[in-house]
Design a protein around this ligand. Structure first.
Ligand SMILES: [Zn+2]
Length: 294
């Protein structure tokens, strides 16, 4: 049985590092099934969704984070929304794109997203106070691009690890962490963390051995006295679209368009990009809406 998805924040007693760690296997598998994603697309969207979940407590406090990777690769746009309530949703423009493994034997996420282009990060606290920062893509591998964004926006050094591991049946393990280096850190701090990752194995390797968030954190940050801040919070795939929202969007179209849709198509069909749900509004309802609109 799969471990539940969750996110945990921690800080080291010596004040040198702060960490956020997340497991996202189930929500990435749900995205794979909803969008019928290829292996390469699952790896890319999985990393991006994990990054969105991790960034929310790091940069948005109580706000929502939207990531848009717009690279020159065949996958096209990759978009993710993550909220402080622990909900994540996302999609890729071309979900069927499959690339051969790269020279390291990994899914070619960098080739799929592309190494030339932009990462747009929007932080929205509601009430119309959204702010977007844009950085050039570093490699399209997601982790490195997020790291560049953090360096540019936050001016703190960070270590970003995001991974998706798959077998023939689907996503076996997905997750990652962001370690922020606080002002008291030294060169040794970075070396030690990188050493731990090399010694103990990748994030998804540790997950596949059945380790909990706390245990993985202990391994990767071995040598630091790290204490969790509050308990782990659950994460899940959730999209806020609904039939009511679709009807609401139709209302904006004006009676002429609504009438022609009713006469020509006999219905209106809408598909949510983020979760692939399909909404249908029948002819009678369209005629009702046309009468009610200007
Ligand atoms: Zn949706």
């Amino acid at each position: 049985m799969l471990m539940e998805d969750g996110i945990l924040k921690a800080i080291s007693n010596d004040g040198t590092i702060r960490a956020v760690i997340a497991t996202t296997t189930n929500l990435v598998e749900e995205a794979r099934q909803r969008h019928n994603l290829s292996f390469t697309a699952t790896a890319a969207l999985g990393r991006a969704m994990t990054a969105g979940a991790l960034l929310t407590p790091v940069v948005a406090r109580e706000g929502q984070v939207t990531l848009k990777f717009q690279g020159n690769g065949p996958l096209g746009k990759v978009m993710v929304d993550a909220s402080p309530k622990g909900t994540v949703r996302g999609f890729v423009e071309n979900p069927q794109v499959e690339l051969p493994l790269n020279s390291l034997g990994n899914f070619d996420v960098g080739g799929a997203i592309g190494s030339t282009g932009y990462l747009h990060v929007t932080i929205d606290h509601g009430f119309g106070r959204a702010h977007t920062s844009t950085v050039e893509l570093e490699s399209g591998e997601v982790g490195e691009d997020i790291n560049r964004y953090l360096v540019c926006s936050d001016q703190t050094g960070s270590i970003v690890v995001v991974g998706t591991h798959m077998n023939a049946r689907g996503v076996e393990a997905a997750g990652g962490l962001i370690v922020q280096l606080l002002p008291d850190h030294t060169e040794e701090t970075i070396c030690r963390i990188e050493n731990n990752i090399t010694t103990f194995g990748t994030f998804t390797f540790l997950m596949r051995r059945g380790m909990s968030l706390e245990q993985i954190l202990e391994r990767i940050l071995s040598g630091f006295e790290v204490v969790p801040i509050a308990g782990a919070k659950p994460l899940k795939f959730y999209c806020k679209c609904s039939n009511e929202r679709f009807v609401e969007a139709l209302r904006w179209m004006g009676s002429k368009e609504l009438l022609s849709m009713a006469e020509e198509d006999g219905q209106a069909e809408g598909r949510c990009h983020f979760c692939n749900a399909v909404y249908l509004v029948g002819k009678d309802r369209l005629l009702d809406l046309a009468r009610g609109s200007k």
